[in-house]
Write a protein that binds this ligand. Structure first.
Ligand code: ATP
Ligand code: MG
Length: 227
């Protein structure tokens, strides 16, 4: 089943009036259950592509379809509602809300969606148990290690059973051992819950786990490998 279809997507940024071609003619389909890594050198367009897939940014050319629905002409408010329900994000710098505890961070999207108190706590605790971080529920982000914060971020990303999780260099700030155990957890979420993951990374450990590997070069898909 197709989740994402990217058609002839281009992105031109303006850098002090000078155009920068970050993406050129990208065609890409992501199917349910994929564990895909987008790799490529710094500046090749990985973050730009993930942001466009996740509707955090809009393409200059081309179209993005989520479950067959064209996102191109949607209003910002419609896009944020779609993101909230369907897409989980994991970032390089964790991006937890610093004034909320771990469990409050995980509950946050459900709060915006109007999920009742009890159900919110139940779902958040279940996600924390799955990621083996139940003990961290009442800790603040600055009381947790990087690896612990990233597990909370993954719990936050998966708690609403999203259609798709997008992770932009999720292991970049973690040591090897912590990175590997985070990858194990995401792989388990992929296998057990059939959650679709798309990562960007130039980390070998992440690339080695990919079921599908795309290499970006200068804003184009230069290579694709299926395992
Ligand atoms: N907001 C912006 N304004 C202008 N140029 C930008 C902007 N964001 C990205 N770029 C440029 O677009 C190109 C692609 O950037 P992008 O961040 O997508 O690359 P990346 O592959 O994620 O790199 P990295 O591995 O360093 O994170 C680069 O040339 C970058 O300088
Ligand atoms: Mg990037």
């Amino acid at each position: 089943m197709e989740i994402i279809r990217v058609e002839k997507v281009g992105k031109v940024y303006k850098d002090h009036g000078v155009p920068v071609n970050a993406l050129r003619g990208i065609d890409l389909t992501v199917e349910k259950g994929e564990f895909t890594v987008i790799a490529g050198p710094s500046g090749s367009g990985k973050t730009t592509l993930l942001n466009i897939i996740g509707s955090l940014d809009v393409p200059t050319d081309g179209h993005v379809f989520l479950e067959g629905e064209n996102l191109t002409n949607k209003k910002k408010s419609e896009l944020s509602a779609i993101r909230l329900k369907k897409i989980g994000f994991v970032f390089q710098a964790y991006n937890l809300i610093p004034v909320l505890t771990a469990i409050e961070n995980i509950e946050f999207a459900m709060l915006l969606l109007g999920v009742p108190d009890k159900e919110r706590v139940k779902r958040a605790m279940r996600a924390m148990e799955e990621l083996e971080i139940a003990g961290l529920a009442h800790k603040m982000p600055n009381q947790m290690s990087g690896g612990q914060q990233q597990r909370v971020a993954v719990a936050r990303a998966i708690v609403n059973d999203p259609l798709l999780v997008l992770a932009d260099e999720p292991t970049a700030n973690l040591d090897s051992k912590t990175a590997l155990s985070l990858l194990d957890l995401m792989q388990r979420m992929n296998e057990e819950k059939n959650i679709t993951f798309v990562f960007s990374s130039h980390d070998r450990k992440v690339m080695d786990r990919a079921k599908r590997l795309l290499i970006l070069k200068d804003g184009e898909i230069a290579e694709e490998e299926k395992r």
